[in-house]
Design a protein around this ligand. Structure first.
Ligand code: R5P
Length: 293
């Protein structure tokens, strides 16, 4: 008789207050379905609108790179400071504890190694396994101008189609061939193609000249790739410039896990990304944490 007990006068319908319909905080993402938005909100912090993704997926084509020889020892202590961990399903299942609460972005393309043509990739994870692993996005390499340009674009569109069926976003990673020019014109082209063909967010490199035109002309969020190891102040400056020029965060690997003090470095990167800390102040934080730790 529970229903009868609840029938009484004075219910609080708040008829004078229209229900609020909030817009979604991420650029270009308002028309997505609830599950997809919820996954994106686990990657991007709704307070800052940005993310610190820790990229440790390098092994899928490079093997055990410096700093990733022992993910259990070198990387797991960094995870609490990351919003998201970007990695392969092999490392996820074999090393990462399932009690982790950070979101996972799963490397979903592969098939080439550093010994061969890198653009010759395919989709390397079934959508069912992405669902089983409860990932918040799937990442695919897109080689605009590369030898297997078309194949890599089609990999991306197939992943977008599969992910859309189940509410899992696709991260397009704009991969640059060894001999290709890395400038704003190239990245405008690459990021826009990925967005036009359905990527939900895009990872691209920072360029000194005109990066703001790359973020402005891309209708979905861009995260900055870290690239090869550079001095801490340079990496922090690059991250600072990228977010100030419109990036929605970073997806950084070597500049964190190859730092002389990785735990201090990821916290300094967080300060730049989420708190708009300047590179100099973030470097002070890095040095303080390094000496403490
Ligand atoms: C390469 O394509 C991998 O996806 C890495 O995730 C990417 O290069 C980011 O790592 P890093 O900051 O070391 O360049």
């Amino acid at each position: 008789m529970a229903d009868m007990d609840d029938v009484r006068e004075g219910k609080q319908y708040h008829t004078d207050k229209p229900q609020e319909t909030e817009g979604f905080f991420l650029k270009g993402s308002n028309a997505l379905d609830w599950g997809m938005k919820n996954r994106l909100a686990r990657i991007f912090n709704p307070r800052s609108g940005r993310t610190v993704m820790l990229a440790i997926d390098h092994g899928y084509f490079q093997g055990a790179v410096t700093g990733l020889e022992r993910v259990d020892i070198n990387i797991l202590p960094l995870v609490p400071y990351a919003d998201t961990l970007m990695l392969t399903r092999g490392i996820l299942r074999s090393v990462v504890p399932p009690s982790l609460t950070q979101s996972i972005v799963l490397r979903a393309s592969g098939g080439a190694s550093i010994l061969k043509e890198l653009s010759n990739e395919e989709i390397a994870v079934d959508i069912e396994d992405s669902i089983r692993l409860n990932v918040c996005a799937m990442a695919v390499q897109v080689f605009i101008g590369g030898e297997y340009e078309k194949e890599s674009i089609i990999n991306m569109t197939r992943l977008v189609d599969a992910g859309t069926r189940y509410g899992i976003p696709t991260l397009a990673v704009t991969a640059v061939g060894k001999d290709m020019v890395r400038d704003a014109r190239y990245f405008r082209l690459a990021t826009r193609i990925c967005a036009e063909l359905g990527a939900h967010y895009i990872k691209t490199y920072y360029v000194e000249d005109g990066f703001e035109t790359v973020t402005a002309s891309c209708p979905v969020p861009i995260v900055m790739a870290g690239g090869k190891k550079i001095p801490e102040i340079d990496a922090l400056t690059m991250a600072y410039n990228a977010v100030q020029q419109g990036a929605a965060g970073v997806d950084m690997g070597r500049n964190i896990f190859q730092s002389e003090a990785p735990e201090a470095m990821i916290q300094a990167v967080r300060a730049v990304v989420h708190d708009d800390e300047t590179p100099d102040r973030a470097l002070d934080l890095f040095n303080t944490l390094k000496h403490k730790g």
